[in-house]
Design a binder for this molecule. Structure first.
Ligand SMILES: Nc1nc2c(ncn2[C@@H]2O[C@H](COP(=O)(O)OP(=O)(O)OP(=O)(O)O)[C@@H](O)[C@H]2O)c(=O)[nH]1
Ligand SMILES: [Mg+2]
Length: 363
């Protein structure tokens, strides 16, 4: 009844021991099971080891020709699973196999729809030798997922659920390695339960998750926020992109004058186009990445037109307030900021409606 998915990359030193232990824990508890290591073509002898394990264990190795990362390995493993309860766990013994019966039991007794092996609930323990940096890093990461989930350890990679509750593949887009978070947020699980585990550091093999994965994690979070709060998150991102555009605009405006001796009017004209183009590219690829991928040239021109309109509203608001309302004659900066918000708002509405169009579900 249980399919255990183990994503692996260069785990030749661990795969035999972890599979053997998972098998004995599940057999002793009386569960019919299969173990599915999903390997990103490690070339470290994993295949050979698994070929010999197959003789004594219910094990099925999946090897992916092209390395697409941990998350997509897990998705592929789940798709290939034949049993109805899925467990996902690491190969390096960070996730104790001894916790499996409790996790499965909670699902079978219908205590929850999604079970997490958790380090941060009462009874959960992290190895002493976790450095200060790793602890802080983990805490901050957990904190910024708060608006997405109430779970105490959403960063865990040890989880269990019914395969039938797996969200549709079409809505999954995990960049990076937090596949538990992805499935949990997109799967709309109402009852999530955390079971305490003792998380131990790997003793064999090396870590595969470096800085690149940390950056991917931030991009992944942006996508999840957009999924959970499409309207607010899009607006905040749009404003953040606008702020980067403002900085770029200013730098180019100054740079053209100081470095190339270009006249300030020409510099002003040129820097606007560069900044607006950068805004367009960022909005296309981040803020509105889930929308129609219209032809680039056409969309870019449209964006420049709406940006110019947004700027006119910004400028017009400033002009109107400071010319006709006595209060703002004294407080120019307040008028400046109100102008920026008015322009931003109009810009957002125009962009979201006409430039980055929604995908038509009926097509
Ligand atoms: N298929 C696949 N598995 C991966 C990949 N990267 C990591 N894994 C596996 O995912 C699990 C978690 O990776 P780890 O390297 O242990 O990551 P970590 O737990 O954050 O880091 P350490 O435990 O400190 O090494 C392990 O079983 C890895 O072998 C990948 O690109 N593809
Ligand atoms: Mg690990």
């Amino acid at each position: 009844m249980i399919s255990v998915i183990i994503p692996i990359y260069k785990e030749a030193e661990n795969i035999s021991a972890i599979s053997t232990e998972v098998n004995s824990v599940l057999s002793n508890a009386g569960f019919k099971h299969e173990i599915i290591p999903v390997d990103d073509n490690s070339q470290d002898g994993t295949k050979k080891i698994c070929a010999s394990l197959i003789k004594s264990l219910p094990l099925r190795l999946i090897v992916r020709k092209k390395k697409k990362g941990l998350s997509y390995s897990v998705i592929e493993g789940i798709e290939n699973a034949v049993y109805d309860i899925i467990i996902v766990m690491d190969a390096d013994f960070s996730h104790p196999p001894s916790a499996l019966p409790k996790m499965i039991d909670a699902i079978l007794k219908n205590k929850a729809d999604f079970i997490i092996g958790s380090r941060y609930v009462k009874g959960g323990v992290i190895d002493e030798n976790w450095g200060v940096f790793r602890r802080i890093n983990s805490k901050i990461a957990t904190l910024i997922t708060k608006p997405l989930t109430k779970v105490k350890d959403p960063m865990s990679g040890f989880f269990c659920f019914y395969k039938k509750n797996m969200p549709d593949k079409k809505i999954l887009s995990p960049i990076g390695y937090k596949i538990c978070l992805e499935i949990m947020v997109k799967g709309n699980f109402l009852r999530i339960k955390e079971i305490p585990i003792r998380f131990t550091n790997r003793t064999k093999g090396t870590s595969k998750l470096g800085l690149k994965e940390q950056i991917n994690f931030i991009l992944h979070l942006i996508k999840l926020y957009l999924f959970s709060y499409p309207k607010y998150a899009q607006f905040i991102l749009f404003a953040a992109v606008g702020a980067t555009g403002f900085v770029l605009d200013f730098l180019i405006y100054m740079g053209l004058q100081k470095l190339f001796g270009i006249n300030h009017i020409v510099a002003r004209g040129l820097s606007f186009w560069a900044a607006a183009s950068s805004n367009w590219a960022l909005n296309r690829n981040i803020t509105f990445s889930a929308r129609q991928k219209s032809l680039k040239l056409k969309q870019w021109i449209f964006f420049l037109i709406t940006s110019s309109f947004g700027f006119s509203v910004n400028f017009g608001t400033y002009y109107f307030l400071t010319k006709y309302i006595y209060f703002f004659k004294k407080y120019l900066l307040t008028a400046f900021i109100i102008g920026i918000f008015a322009g931003l708002f109009i810009n957002f509405i125009l962009s979201a409606s006409f430039v980055f169009k929604k995908i038509d579900a009926n097509k």
